[in-house]
Design a protein around this ligand. Structure first.
Ligand SMILES: C[S@@+](CC[C@H](N)C(=O)[O-])C[C@H]1O[C@@H](n2cnc3c(N)ncnc32)[C@H](O)[C@@H]1O
Length: 279
C-alpha cells in the first residue's frame, strides 16, 4: 500500500463519521505515523508503507471510528503554534482559547509579574504566557492531580503547580497581578446535546459548569477579588451565549471596566474586568 492509497483508504472510512473533516484527520493520522509535515506527506504519496505503519493505521482507524478524538490517540495537540502533550485527563486545547491569550498579552504590559491560571488542565495558558514573558511567574491550579501531572510535563520553569479547588489554598493577600481562567462552562442542557466525541471522552470536570453553566464565574467573581493587587484584572473564557449573564455576575460583585471580547469567528469569548477598589 502506498501513502496515497492509505490516505484515500482512511478518507473513505472516516467520511461517514466525520464528513469534511475526514481528509484533514486522515492527513494528521499519516503525518503522525510517518513523523512528517503535511507537505512532506503530499510529496511522498507514491512511497510504499512498511508493515508496522500499516498496522498502526488500522489501530488508529479503529479507535477513530469509536469517536475518540485524535489528540487522545496520538497524545499530542497543537495550540498557539506549539505542541502539547494531552491525555484523557485534560481538555483538548481549543483554538477559541487563543483569544484569552491575546487578551492577556494585549493588556498586561509588566515585565515582571505573578499570575494565577485557574483550571490549568494541560497547562497551555501558563506555558504560553510565561514563554512569551520570561519575567512572568504563574501559579497553575487544578482540582485534578492527573491534569496537573500533564501540565507539569508540558511546561518549563517559572510555574508553580497547586492541586486545589479554585483559590481555596491561597492566603487572602493581594499578591497577584492578574488571574486567567478557562473554567468549565457547559450547562446541563448543553451537556445533553454536545457531540459524543466530547462528552464521551473529555473529562466531565473540565466541561460541566453547573445547571446554567455559570457556577465558576459566580465563584471566581466573589472569591478571586482578595488575591489581586489594586487594579489587578481577571480574564476568563466564556461560552458564546454567556456574555450578558457573565457581565452581570462580575458587575454585581463590584468589578469595574468590564469588557467582553470576540473570538475570530465573531463569538463572544473572553471577559476581562478590574478588581473592585473596595472589597
Ligand atoms: C475547560 S478546562 C480548561 C483547561 C485549560 N486551561 C485550557 O484552556 O485548555 C477546565 C479545567 O478546570 C479544572 N477544574 C474544574 N473544577 C475545578 C475547581 N473547582 N478548581 C480548580 N480547577 C478546576 C478541570 O479539571 C479542567 O482542567
Amino acid at each position: 500500500m502506498t501513502t496515497g492509497q492509505a490516505l484515500q483508504f482512511l478518507k473513505n472510512k472516516l467520511t461517514p463519521h466525520l464528513g469534511d473533516l475526514a481528509l484533514p484527520q486522515s492527513e494528521q493520522i499519516l503525518q503522525f505515523i510517518l513523523s512528517c509535515s503535511r507537505s512532506e506527506l503530499y510529496l511522498n504519496l507514491s512511497a510504499e508503507l512498511d508493515k508496522s505503519s500499516i498496522s498502526q493505521i488500522s489501530a488508529i482507524l479503529e479507535r477513530s471510528l469509536t469517536g475518540e478524538p485524535l489528540p487522545y490517540i496520538t497524545g499530542k495537540a497543537f495550540f498557539y503554534s506549539r505542541e502539547f502533550t494531552v491525555t484523557p485527563d485534560v481538555l483538548i486545547p481549543r483554538p477559541d482559547t487563543e483569544t484569552l491569550i491575546e487578551a492577556v498579552l494585549a493588556n498586561q504590559k509588566q515585565k515582571q509579574c505573578i499570575f494565577a491560571d485557574i483550571g490549568t488542565g494541560s497547562g497551555i495558558l501558563s506555558c504560553i504566557l510565561t514563554e512569551h514573558n520570561t519575567g512572568w511567574k504563574a501559579i497553575a491550579v487544578d482540582i485534578s492531580l492527573s491534569a496537573l501531572k500533564v501540565a507539569r510535563g508540558n511546561c518549563r520553569s517559572g510555574i508553580y503547580f497547586i492541586c486545589a479547588d479554585l483559590l481555596s489554598s491561597f492566603k487572602a493577600k493581594p499578591v497577584l497581578d492578574f488571574i486567567v481562567s478557562n473554567p468549565p462552562y457547559i450547562s446541563a442542557d448543553e451537556m445533553k446535546a454536545i457531540d459524543s466525541s466530547v462528552s464521551g471522552f473529555e473529562p466531565h470536570s473540565a466541561l460541566y459548569g453547573g445547571t446554567d453553566g455559570l457556577d465558576f464565574y459566580r465563584k471566581l467573581a466573589l472569591s478571586s477579588r482578595t488575591f489581586l493587587k489594586s487594579e489587578g484584572r481577571i480574564y476568563c473564557e466564556i461560552g458564546y451565549n454567556q456574555e450578558l449573564q457573565v457581565k452581570e455576575i462580575f458587575k454585581d460583585s463590584g468589578w469595574s471596566d468590564i469588557l467582553v471580547l470576540k473570538d475570530l469567528s465573531g463569538n463572544f469569548r473572553v471577559i476581562m474586568a478590574t478588581r473592585p477598589e473596595k472589597i
